[in-house]
Design a protein around this ligand. Sequence first.
Ligand code: XMP
Length: 531
Amino acid sequence: MQGTFYEREVWDLRNQVVILDFGAQYTQLIARRIREQKVYCQVISGDASVSEIRSAVDPAGADIPGAVILSGGPDSVYEDGAVLPDRAVFELGCPVLGISYGMQAMAKVLGGRVVAARGAGRTREYGPAVLRVASRDGIFEGFPAETRVWMGHGDIVDQVPEGFSVTGSTGDTPVAAMADLSRRLYGVEFHPEVTDTSLGKELIANFLFGVAGLAPDWTMERFVENTVKDIRERVGNAHVVAGVSGGVDSTVCAALVHKAIGDHLHPILVDHGLMRQGEAAYVVEAMSRLGVRVKLVDAQDRFLDRLSGVSDPERKRKIIGEEFIRIFEEEARHLDGVEYLLQGTIYPDVIESGSRTRKVIKSHHNVGGLPERMNLKLLEPVRELFKDEVRLAGKEMGLSDEFLGRHPFPGPGLAVRVLGEVTRDRIDVVRKAQAVLDEEIRRAGWYDRLWQCFCVLPNVRTVGMTGDQRTYGHVIAIRAVHSEDAMTAEWARLPCDVLERVSARITSEVSDVNRVVLDITSKPPSTIEWE
Ligand code: XMP
């Protein structure tokens, strides 16, 4: 499933967009905005050659994209070593839209001039601005004379390249938009991909449909159909082994592959004893409703034995990872003809780890070195999708909204929510408290509003009282956060009456707990999990 998702017989290969990434934090957002308009797009390095662009679109290298977008970026185009697009990009024949750094790069490569905003006697422009539209052709079709846009740049184009005209300006930025209508080259200094630009969506739609003439054909129905066909061809008669956890990505992957090759898929659920209440049975049942038979391996004792006496969070993670691999290998050894390991890599992982022009490179996590150890090839059927697209693909295959909307749950499970030593008793405390919390949060209608909401068992005891008796019991901490992508998070202001019920129920229903506290820190400075 490497490279493009499109196949020549089924799709018009030109009906896709290539985004050249110059490292802006907003690059993924540009991709999201395009996919939302039902147009397929890929993000590749800003310095990609034209032949790399062609082969991203069409492995045979024959076709070109329907449009190219140049993303923003943190650098200055006139600095030594600045990454610039290949000049030939502008001669491909497809429309190009440069955004912020992308517009400056376009101006620089085509002979215009870019200067520091300060050097031109102007201030850096950050935040909202009013764009005065000078020409309503192309990307500004149907726009009013003035519209609110979102700026974020320290440089400006102060001379447009030959053939271009200025199509929009703001108080601080005389060239806030430029275009060469005959070559279909457009640049905007502001960010149409952020919602603070009032007509950003309309601008992107004008570019995709009006200027580039693309068709909105990217739907999850077609994705499922096409991917199933692709998996079938690629895997042939081989077998595929998969570790499933009940998470959305691994479940959707398993459902796709099962649809393609049926019983040649072997999903394995390792119950490490660190799952939420009823979790293993719930996952097995949800998968069986899709016709997927999951092998449940009960390894609770093995994990808990190995964790005994261990308090260091990193040691815990390492032990759990190693033990998981060991059990997985043992199980897979009993299977014949396995050539592939299924993995739930999604597009943000690919963007983060795959671009040469990205400053912060995060390698996406996989199942700790399994493919090399087991000599398996990777199958990554949702590596082209964003999280919400994975959910839509799951829905398309019959997974329930309830299943697809479940909060993320860490691989090492409750072990990282039991601070200090992990024992069966302490896991039980946090598991029971979590069940109460889930029930109350769902009942209050808050579950879908939160990214995560969970209980933590710190390794302290506090004094309390039950009737006339002094107690010396556990503390449960409640952590509830809002987040878009887990990179940052804001603590959730849960209603006091909900918190009160949660506290009353946990202290009365979970034995040995005499205190409930609320975590009121955001990320940063905290992480979402406590360990
Ligand atoms: P942090 O705690 O780093 O968590 O802010 C960000 C998101 O990742 C989840 N998380 C993990 N998931 N293995 C996982 O599969 C892990 O070791 C792990 N640690 C944290 C966490 O629940 C949150 O959604």
